[in-house]
Write a protein that binds this ligand. Structure first.
Ligand code: ADP
Ligand code: MG
Length: 255
């Protein structure tokens, strides 16, 4: 049974999508079978995986609202080696339409029930908000990865997210656990970065991944070519750091 992992943080621009695409591609590089679900109507993970969000026949909308099986909606991202459920502006409507559907919090979990056996990892790229789509991600997942930039306001936003996660654990999904906090766009020369990073490890201990993702221009360039950074520049620091993260994740899951 594949492990379902939501990559989430209600703050935008912290590296959720970058982490999903590049960690998923790194897991593929270690011979894992991966499904990436783009849960953000902006469709950044879809475009960044080399799939034209406006040209797809079906999207996550059809899965969430019309019960179309995942296998009929998923497409293979050639450049990345994983399958994905694309997203586009239609998914904004799903957010509203879901509210009228019975069992609205469990739509994604139920859709994944059959599909989990097909994959080693199913990663979910969450939108930058704590809405019904994010609730669906957290209800469907066993693990959560929280990417964050080590800046002053990062910790403030984190408490709201942790509160949401514990509510979901209590009410909807007792199996949910935080797999790890990931420091992204890391700049060790910045003293504030170091302070926040220190606070983070003091408070969360082993939950903070040892691997840090440095600020690396290749990571920012790769999406415009519709490929993960390891296909764009496999020697770059960005590529090596996401491969290291996949390694750390796999070692942790063996323990
Ligand atoms: P989110 O999905 O949380 O909104 P993104 O992954 O889209 O965040 O990242 C926001 C922006 O920062 C994007 O333009 C992305 O290319 C860039 N970016 C993300 N991680 C890095 C990094 N480690 N180094 C440089 N640029 C990055
Ligand atoms: Mg994003």
């Amino acid at each position: 049974m594949g492990r379902v992992i939501a990559v989430t943080n209600q703050k935008g621009g912290v590296g959720k999508t970058t982490t999903c695409v590049n960690l998923a591609a790194s897991l593929v590089a270690t011979k894992k079978k991966v499904l990436l679900i783009d849960l953000d109507p902006q469709g950044n993970a879809t475009m960044g995986s080399g799939i034209d969000k406006n040209a797809v026949e079906r999207s996550l909308y059809d899965v969430l609202v019309h019960d179309v099986p995942i296998a009929e909606v998923s497409v293979h991202a050639e450049n990345c080696g994983y399958d994905m459920i694309p997203s586009n502006a239609d998914v904004t409507a799903a957010e509203v339409e879901l509210l009228a559907i019975e069992g609205k919090e469990f739509r994604l979990r139920d859709a994944l029930a059959i599909e989990r056996a097909e994959y080693d990892y199913i990663m979910i790229d969450c939108p930058p908000s704590l809405n019904m789509l994010t609730v669906n991600a957290l209800t469907a997942s066993q693990g959560v990865i929280i990417p964050m930039q080590c800046e002053y306001y990062a910790l403030e936003g984190l408490s709201a997210l942790l509160e949401t996660i514990s509510q979901i654990q209590e009410v909807l999904n007792p199996k949910l656990e935080i797999d790890g906090l990931l420091r992204t766009m890391y700049d060790p020369r910045n003293s504030l970065t170091n302070d926040v990073s220190k606070q983070l490890t003091e408070y969360f201990g082993d939950k903070v991944y040892r691997t840090v993702i440095p600020r690396n221009v290749r990571l920012a360039e790769a999406p415009s070519h519709g490929m993960p950074v390891m296909a764009y520049d496999k020697q770059s620091k960005g590529a090596l750091s996401y491969l290291a993260l996949a390694g750390e994740m796999l070692r942790r899951s063996d323990q």
